[in-house]
Design a protein around this ligand. Sequence first.
Ligand code: CP
Length: 303
Amino acid sequence: MQHLVDTDQLSDAQIRQILEDASRFKTRKPAPLLSGKLLITLFFENSTRTRSSFEVAAKRLGADMVHLDPSRSSTKKGETLEDTFANLCAMEPDGVIIRHSENDTPSRLAEMDQVPVINAGAGNYAHPTQALLDLYTLYEWFGEEIEGLRVAIVGDIVNSRVAASDIRLFRRMGIEVSLVAPKPFMPPVSDLPQFERLEDIMDEVDVIISLRAQLERHKKPIFDDYSAYAEHYCITEDRLEDRGIVIMHPGPVMRNIDISDEILEDPRCMVLDQVRNGVYVRMAVLKLLLLDAKEYGSDPLHR
Ligand code: CP
C-alpha cells in the first residue's frame, strides 16, 4: 500500500507519471477511473483550496467523498486520532486525506497501513500535493527543461509546509532555490542561499514564490504591523518593473502584504493557474495511489 506523506515517497517515475497524467486530465475529459471508490477527508485545519480541490478531483474521476468535520467529531469527546482513523478505516474507504497541525500525524496514520493516507498539509513539515502542483505549474510555463531554474521563496519560510515540500522537491529536480525573508521568518538551519532584501535577488531569479505569514503557527506576534513588512517584501509593480519573473503563491494571499492588487492581475502572476492545476495534479495523485500503486508491494511508506 502506498501513502503520500511527502514527495520523497514517490519514485522519479511516479513524479513523471503524475505530471503526465495531470497534463492528460487537463486536455481531455477523464474517464470515471475511480468510480466506486470512496475517500474520506479529515481536515483539522481550515482549507479553501486543498479540500475543495481534492473533492473536485475525486468527483471528476467518479469517486465519492465523505467529509468528517473534526470540530463535530468524537475527537472532541476524547477519542484519540488513531482510534478515529481506525474507526473510519472500518468503513472501508479507499483512502483518507488528512490535514493536521502536527507534523507527524499523516506519517503516524500511514504507519497503521490500513488505507492509503494522503497528507493535505501537516504542521510546517509537508504539503506534498501543493509541491507537485507548483512543480507542474513550472513545467507548464517553462517546459520540461527546468533544471537550473532559479526560484526564490519569499516570506514566512520557517513556518511554511509549502516551503518545506517545495524545497525538497525542487532541489531533487535540479531547481536552484534561494530564501528571502526577515530573520524571524528564516529557517535557523539551511544550506540554501539566504537574503534579507528582496532587491538583492530581483535580477537573479526566474520565479518568486511568495508566502503569507503563518500567524496560526506564531507562538507570539512576530511583527506588530505587517504594512512595515510589506514595504520590504510585497511583490509590487515597482519591484518587478518589466522583468519576466513568474509570481506564484500557494494561497491564501494577503493582498498588498504578500502581493499587490496590480500584480495579482498581472499575466506574470500564476496564483489562479496553480489552483486550476491543483485539481489535475490531485486527480493524478488519486489515480496513482488508488489504482496504479495497488500492483506494488506492501512497504507502508515506500515502494
Ligand atoms: N494552498 C493551500 O493549502 O490552501 P488552503 O489552506 O486553502 O487549502
